[in-house]
Design a protein around this ligand. Structure first.
Ligand code: PLP
Length: 398
């Protein structure tokens, strides 16, 4: 790893940032300056094992040669082309992504929340005369007003009311409640694993019931795979191992391995619902970011890659199950592949996250009592063992 310069002669970045950057995040007092593989380094030269990948973004870890090379090559060509023209990287990404996901067409944007916005607009177009969206308690779909309106968590919504009307919130796993999905519903949006909501996998029987209900009433089923997509669960998209296929998928975060991108993938009538002028994005599908996304996707789809995600995911999960068995402060582990949560019992997730950081590892919380682990998909077995050893020590003396 490159030597890191420490600048003690100027006000540090945190102090300067607090003066001029809006305080929308509760940032921890660390300035990250470098990273390679599954490790990042702060401005003092301290190294951390990265079990966050940003937040499920750095699919191939940091400075992966495939990403570095794709970015260098992209920088030597056109960085930006307006969506009034065609570019080969955008078309190649759409071809590769739709084929691998079993979808028919893609729309490109720049983030998860934008992908959700596009999916909601697409649903209104595909189901004329229907205004209602159905979402589930504990969901998270993004921060823009449309995406926020289907994010059924009062702490995010209340300060920003009024939101988009006609959103119905149902309890997860309650098949009877699906009676509320009727002929006025344009789309049902669901995360196959609620990420921000606490790494809560939704049972595939319930997802199948949602699929049947949508088919009965003619509503679109949207899976929000912004956090679970791009190989994180051990298949390219989680639905590919759950046996329930949505009409529309939202994807973002890890798709370009660290550059901003979002996409909506759709099949059947949903794939042809949006026409010229219906939706757009200045930067969406630009040649540089889609070139890098193509390279990331090739790597994730390389024979053996997803198998290795499943293997390391199983190793991580077995270790987390063992921690749950040995520590009173841990109730259970849950998740799939390399999105795993440790459900705490009587401990605060923020304390465990801080304890891990003090011992040289970055992890995330998901709500007050879940520690969320999202390592880069290239994480090795010994790094998984290191992470489990750190968690063991922190849980023993939080
Ligand atoms: N949908 C899900 C499931 C997410 O987890 C997130 C972000 O955490 C979003 C949407 C919003 O994505 P972004 O922050 O890229 O707008």
């Amino acid at each position: 790893m490159a030597t890191v310069a420490v600048h003690n002669d100027a006000p540090d970045v945190m102090t300067r940032g607090q003066a001029v950057v809006m305080p929308t995040y509760a940032r921890v007092p660390i300035e990250l300056v470098d990273g390679v593989g599954c490790r990042v380094t702060d401005a003092t030269g301290r190294e951390y094992l990265d079990f966050t990948s940003g937040i499920a973004v750095s699919t191939l870890g940091h400075r992966h040669p495939v990403v570095v090379e794709a970015l260098h090559r992209a920088a030597e060509g056109l960085l930006h082309v307006s969506n009034l023209y065609w570019t080969a990287p955008m078309v190649r990404l759409a071809e590769r992504l739709t084929a691998a996901a079993g979808m028919d067409a893609a729309f490109f944007c720049n983030s998860g929340t934008e992908a959700v916005e596009a999916a909601l607009k697409l649903a209104r177009r595909a189901c004329p005369g229907r205004g209602v969206f159905v979402t589930f308690e504990g969901s998270f779909h993004g921060r823009t007003l449309g995406a926020l309106s289907v994010t059924a968590q009062p702490k995010y919504q209340q300060p920003f009311a009024p939101l988009v009307p006609e959103v119905r919130v149902l309890p997860v796993e309650d098949v009877d409640a699906l009676a509320a999905v009727d002929g006025s519903v344009a789309a049902v949006i669901v995360e196959p694993i609620q990420g921000e909501g606490g790494v809560r996998p939704v049972h595939h029987e319930f997802l199948a019931a949602v699929r049947s209900r949508c088919d009965e009433v003619g509503a679109l089923l949207v899976f929000d795979e912004v956090q679970t997509g791009v190989g994180r669960t051990g298949s390219l998209y989680a639905y590919q191992q759950l046996g329930v296929t949505p009409d529309v998928v939202t994807t973002a975060k890890g798709l370009a391995g660290g550059l901003p991108i979002g996409a909506v993938l759709a099949r059947g009538v949903a794939a042809t619902a949006l026409g010229p002028g219906d939706h757009g994005s200045t930067f969406g599908g630009g040649p540089a970011v889609t070139s890098v996304a193509c390279a990331v996707l090739e790597e994730v789809l390389r024979p053996g890659f997803l198998e290795s995600v499943r293997d390391t995911g199983r190793r991580l999960r077995a270790g987390l199950d063992a921690l749950a068995a040995h520590h009173h402060g841990v109730a259970a582990a849950r998740g799939l592949g390399l999105i795993q949560g440790l459900v705490l019992d009587g401990l605060a997730a923020s304390d465990v996250v801080a304890g891990c950081r003090e011992r040289g590892m970055l992890v995330l919380s998901a709500g007050a009592d879940v520690v969320r682990l999202l390592p880069p998909l290239i994480v090795g077995q010994s790094e998984v063992d290191d992470a489990l050893a750190i968690l063991d020590r922190v849980l023993g003396a939080p």
